[in-house]
Design a protein around this ligand. Sequence first.
Ligand SMILES: *[C@@H]1O[C@H](CO)[C@@H](O)[C@H](O)[C@H]1NC(C)=O
Ligand SMILES: *[C@@H]1O[C@H](CO)[C@@H](O)[C@H](O)[C@H]1NC(C)=O
Ligand SMILES: *[C@@H]1O[C@H](CO)[C@@H](O)[C@H](O)[C@H]1NC(C)=O
Ligand SMILES: *[C@@H]1O[C@H](CO)[C@@H](O)[C@H](O)[C@H]1NC(C)=O
Ligand SMILES: *[C@@H]1O[C@H](CO)[C@@H](O)[C@H](O)[C@H]1NC(C)=O
Ligand SMILES: *[C@@H]1O[C@H](CO)[C@@H](O)[C@H](O)[C@H]1NC(C)=O
Ligand SMILES: *[C@@H]1O[C@H](CO)[C@@H](O)[C@H](O)[C@H]1NC(C)=O
Ligand SMILES: *[C@@H]1O[C@H](CO)[C@@H](O)[C@H](O)[C@H]1NC(C)=O
Ligand SMILES: *[C@@H]1O[C@H](CO)[C@@H](O)[C@H](O)[C@H]1NC(C)=O
Ligand SMILES: *[C@@H]1O[C@H](CO)[C@@H](O)[C@H](O)[C@H]1NC(C)=O
Length: 784
Amino acid sequence: MLRPLLCLLAAIALPGASGQSSQSFSNNMKLDISSCPIMYFGQKYEQVYVNFTNDNTVFCFNGFYNPGTKGDCLVAPKAEDGQMAIYGRSDGIQMVVNIFVPTITNSMNCSVLLNLGSTIFLYLVNFGPQAVLMLQSPESPVIDVLANSDKVDTLRPVEGIAFSDVSGCRYLGLPYKVGSVVSSDPKTCQSLTCSTADVLTHSACGPLDRCGRNGICSFDTICTVTGPAVIDIQGHKNSVEDRCAYSLLSIPSVPNFLVLANFQERRRKDVSFLDSVTLQVAGSGVQIHLIQGGRVLLNNSSMVLSSSVQLVNGVELSKDNTGVTAKVSLSNFTTSVFFDGYTAQIRVQGPSGSSLQGLCGNSSRPLSGLRLSEHSSTSCETQYSDTSDSTINCTMVTERCNLLKKAPFSSCNIDPEPYIKACSDTLCRYPAVDGLPCQFLEAYTRACSLMSNTTLEGWRTVAECSSPDAFCQDQTCIDNEFCGETSGGETRCFCRSIFASPYREISALGTPTVCSQNSASLTLIGCLLAEKGFDYSALHLRDPTCTGQVDEKTHMVTFSFNSNSCGTQVMTNSTEIIYKNTIMAQNSSSDIITRQDQVHIDFSCIQTQPDLKTVAFRIRDSSVVQVITSGPWTYTLTMKAYTDASRTQAVDPSTEVQLNQKIWVELATDGLDANVVSLVTESCWATNQASPDGGLRYDLILNSCPNVADQTVTMQGNGQGTSNYFSFNMFQFSGSSGEIYLHCKLQLCVKQESSCIPVCSGARGRRSIRSRYEAAFISMAWTT
Ligand SMILES: *[C@@H]1O[C@H](CO)[C@@H](O)[C@H](O)[C@H]1NC(C)=O
Ligand SMILES: *[C@@H]1O[C@H](CO)[C@@H](O)[C@H](O)[C@H]1NC(C)=O
Ligand SMILES: *[C@@H]1O[C@H](CO)[C@@H](O)[C@H](O)[C@H]1NC(C)=O
Ligand SMILES: *[C@@H]1O[C@H](CO)[C@@H](O)[C@H](O)[C@H]1NC(C)=O
Ligand SMILES: *[C@@H]1O[C@H](CO)[C@@H](O)[C@H](O)[C@H]1NC(C)=O
Ligand SMILES: *[C@@H]1O[C@H](CO)[C@@H](O)[C@H](O)[C@H]1NC(C)=O
Ligand SMILES: *[C@@H]1O[C@H](CO)[C@@H](O)[C@H](O)[C@H]1NC(C)=O
Ligand SMILES: *[C@@H]1O[C@H](CO)[C@@H](O)[C@H](O)[C@H]1NC(C)=O
Ligand SMILES: *[C@@H]1O[C@H](CO)[C@@H](O)[C@H](O)[C@H]1NC(C)=O
Ligand SMILES: *[C@@H]1O[C@H](CO)[C@@H](O)[C@H](O)[C@H]1NC(C)=O
């Protein structure tokens, strides 16, 4: 490559061409080069002083050569005489300089040729603020370049040509070559560099660097993710609004490594929180999941950690009362991830000038590009709205967040603004519970102590933040839950808002009852029960020995029963069987009082009656007669059963009544004036015990009308006269003894104005507005 160029150069630049001025020089001559001055290490020179010494030819710029003074000189081989010529621009010189001296960026103005003997051609080439020495010779002369008497370069032709860029800098009288460090302070890592011709530039560590003990800048940054807020390594704040997984941090030169963050909602549907942080080291296949409660999952299995460092596949894991730290060194980077369940702080140290990717690298980038679809569900981007919390006073919250501007926080040199913004943006929308009032301040002070080695003495007193202890240590909540604090200051698992909202909307505590052949089951959700103050593992059915089946993985409890277990109530009519049970709270025998609401969740299954059973009933007494005194009236009341509608076939103790056989029951009075009062049958019901409110109960007449749930019930003459009767199909309480007690409650109605006849329209009997008198209560017993 050199030879063709040299030929080119020889063709264009050889002297003897049209020199503007040409003069011979000899020893002790001063040459005027003011028409083509030269920049020599920051100094502009317009003269060349020539000394022919015993050994050399010396050209100096700052006076005749004197070995005792600091000279800016060129020391060339010995000669007897020489020639000087000044030329204008030359495309040939411009071209070869551009090729061989890439630091020259200006264009050439002129050159001075110093020619010794017939073989040495030394050009001082002016490029405006820059200058180049070009030595051309077929032999191998050596020319030393001295600045301030120090040899800074040597021209030694290779293939006949050599170059030296002499446009350096001068600082405090001393010359510096381009690119050299003029001064540096290892304490601050600040330095002064000769960057281009006579331009000195100051440099300090970059904004993301720290000055190390060795005076070398190194990359050292922190990223804070707290609640929904991400404060990236530049100190910019952004917020994650959805419930997706995001790339938090990756390092371009460490392709196997990824820190990702999962966001989930907590108490409100419209605010997401950092929920867990995962470190992935692809090479070793290790996946470390930092979750709430100071818990760490390694490849999905829970780890036991302590304050002493545990090394797992190259990751140092440790835990203290404030949270968990995972530290990993890969290539020239050390990454340390701290997580306390609400806040993650990631410190990355590495070579100066590094950059990071992910939310921590630049949180201002469009977030969609950082979502990790393989780690999140497809619906994670759905935005939800929620009713705003009227108890939040944003002014007050912001005042508190602004504490970060005041002492003792102000002694930290980290910009508090993004932390203040994270704090107020979050707490103006989300209630300040679960330790949140201190969380943002805590994150700022931790960043200060990590990055500027500043402990902000007394901040806990100023901010009334008592304990540095992480919240919910060692509590295990499942995916649908988060760990929070009750108003009483206790921590427990709470339902995530979006998960719970379909249940809350219908006030359900679990999934609908599942009914099968003759059994039923119902599943209740632990966190929904906890909201009502119930421990999901302490519930039981009517029979207290029938407790639920607790699933510790899902925090659900399932209750199952069949028709003849767990105190199940079974009611039948001709077409249907109803199984009914109730979930209730455990009665702790030691407690005399309870402050919990009683749980009482009824659930039932209705099934079509498969077959009629042949059970015969007998009445205990043919009729029941009572003498009643009620207000001004004294009368007898008779309750009597018949097997026919015209009430001629009275049921007596010898009569066998079959299940589902229709029975007419007459309630007749004697001694009342039908012109004044009417008899109203207000209600009739059956029980399986003699007591009217003991055991199982089945309603026949409600509110003076037939129970619409039992289509077999009819009534005649109610409220029309002093007697009336109703009919129903004989039934049995399943899973109970054959006894049936029929109870009726009767009223007397004064017939003055409108009718005493109850209006039984459609679904529900309407209460008469007429005044009635509680008159009588009568019961009748049946047995199988
Ligand atoms: C160079 O020339 C100057 C001027 O004649 C003279 O004074 C000086 O001694 C010479 N230097 C040397 C080293 O010969
Ligand atoms: C050379 O060019 C520079 C600009 O590049 C100009 O300022 C200067 O006057 C020119 N001439 C000389 C002799 O330096
Ligand atoms: C974790 O799982 C990965 C892949 O499933 C496996 O390569 C790695 O060895 C596991 N690490 C540990 C510590 O079990
Ligand atoms: C962890 O569990 C999830 C779901 O159970 C599974 O998809 C994933 O592959 C597991 N990861 C490892 C490393 O075993
Ligand atoms: C980073 O590490 C690689 C080898 O892993 C090494 O070659 C390189 O010089 C290091 N870079 C710095 C800036 O330390
Ligand atoms: C971050 O990303 C935004 C948007 O892409 C860009 O404008 C900005 O310059 C980036 N900031 C840094 C420090 O890379
Ligand atoms: C909110 O707090 C500020 C400052 O504490 C107080 O002045 C203001 O009255 C409060 N507003 C409401 C609506 O309570
Ligand atoms: C932090 O400060 C303490 C005391 O002020 C000192 O002992 C320690 O070496 C410092 N650490 C760093 C990393 O500068
Ligand atoms: C619970 O216990 C109290 C007192 O020991 C008792 O009065 C109450 O009936 C019990 N409740 C149930 C549902 O067992
Ligand atoms: C049996 O009871 C159920 C529920 O109370 C009711 O829907 C159904 O109509 C009743 N069947 C008859 C024949 O009365």
